[in-house]
Design a protein around this ligand. Sequence first.
Ligand code: MSP
Length: 645
Amino acid sequence: MQQINEKKFYLTTPIYYINDVPHIGHAYTTIMADVIKRYKKLMGYDVFFLTGTDEHGQKIEQSATQKGITPQALADKMVAHFKALWKTLNIDYDRFIRTTDGYHVEGVKKIFKKVLEKGDIYPGNYEGHYCISDESFVTEMAEDSGDGNKICPDCGKTTVKVTEKCYFFRLSAYQDKLLKFYEENPDFVTPKTRMNEVVSFVKMGLKDLSVTRSTVKWGISMPDDESQTIYVWFDALTNYITAINYNEEDETFQKYWPADLHIIGKDILKFHAVYWPAFLMAAGLPLPKKELIHGWWLKDEKKMSKSEGNVLDPQILLKFFSPDAIKYFMMREASIGADGNFSHQGFIVRVNTDLANDWGNLVSRTGGMTLKYFNQQFDSEAEYSEKENAVKEQYLELEKEVIRFFDNYQFNRGLEKIFFYIGQLNKYIVESQPWELAKSGDKKGILAGVLKTLIRAILSVNNLLSPVIPGTAEKIKKTFNYDAPGLGWKDPGEVFNIDKVEQLFPRVDIKDFFADEETKKPAKEEKEEMQTEKLAEGLITFDDFKKIEMVVAKVTEAEKVEKADKLLKLTVDTGTDTRTLVAGVALYYQPEDLKDKKIIIVKNLKPVKLRGILSQGMILAASDASGRPYIPIIPEETPVGAFLK
Ligand code: MSP
């Protein structure tokens, strides 16, 4: 099943500003890139993964002055924090670029000169507004701040006035070329909504862009005019080519450029999807193939950022949890395009439930029973039935589905499917009752069949999960003394050795976590939150709302419930399973009104029995004063399983 080929995959994260230590938001982009690298490797690609730091510009200059140190000293100090965090998180990057590295400086000068010589950079004067936080020029159209400045439309901070001699890049000349490129490459930016945003932005008209600053000194000086410093975004974006030897344009550059994937947050879309392609066009270089735009991690509904004072330090989580737990949570919790609200409580519950209870227990129960009933060398003859075959078939189906999701960077959906299968394996243990089989002397063959099937399923799922939780995947491979690369049904044969299973994910008690000194602050915050909640009686918090899992489901079958004229029995596909619901709508809806329609259901409602039928969840309907239901029918193109939020 493994696809071996010579295909290359060059992927990048943004390079991080070094005005402060990394937080969970930065870790998110890097973790995502790491997961994609490992997944692509698993699929047989030759991957190059680049990350690094963005060290020049006014923001860093200002930050260093405030701290009373040189920008270079600030950069050196902060880079150490970034590198240390990536090491602890087991991030497997191939190159770490710093924009103060000599080869980068030379490469920026090279591309700048090329565009200058082409005539697309020309001298002028800039008079206008500048957002230091975003390192971005803000137009007159932005809202006034009241003191003669503007409010940055992206980050909400007040701009400063800039009047200086500078050089402009002829961005306006690239408007049509960019629009043509987007038209020919509609998947250049994903998700689609972000692509639409880019197209609208460019259609509104592009003005020439100032690409040098004369009042900023911390940066790369312009070739031919030392009084000018190259604009930090021109400098920073170029890292994607200088890191793979644009200077020499050697084999590495020929092999890896254009990039296959730039991963960025939604705040830096314009720079990557408008400016960067235009700079490359001007320099006569091919454009990146794809840009994946992720949402933000919010804390208390606000983007986590230093200036908001709401950043979460990953080191606090790492005191209690493994890097794998953090990676799993970040990839499972939010879909890549959407924002996710970070709560410690939500984190602990997710990790304890999925990783400790479902996956960890499955592995340790299976390993434990194998050792108990058969000892370390598992060479007992096994008997298999249809059930065992079904476990394998279900896995093969799952793998196909997961590949589809992972190829589209829908890691949350792929992981959801994997954990549904893990749930099925746990059910298979309960149904097979190995402990009962072990009691009767003549059922050893069946018992061996069950345990060997479970071990095969575990080893197969383990490889599928390995891009997301690589540390755990290694431990499992060691436990079962089996390490076959790639995907597919993993079968160590009928004779193999197993070692004692270590606990993979120790359960963390919420109380212990919040009792820790360093986490006291969030504990206090949560206490305050609870008090505010009391004041706002009758209202629910966003976290309360998020507990209700509402999804789009498709009605595959509908029928009347016998001897109950108000009830309809519906079979629905929820995207992760097929289940039965009983709805009290039969007086107003015929089965054929609902069959094949997409509706909204509450998925995580406790099941109840109605007229002997187990109803798993509830359909959503509006109701008038007489109690007549109105069921909202969801447009056909909405994907089954889509969340409502
Ligand atoms: N230096 C520029 C990028 C230059 S790339 C040529 C920059 N740096 S940054 O440090 O501010 O942000 C780097 C990345 O971290 C961005 O993709 C940004 O979206 C991401 N995040 C920063 N805070 C974040 C959250 N709270 N949540 C998720 N990601 C966010 O921009």
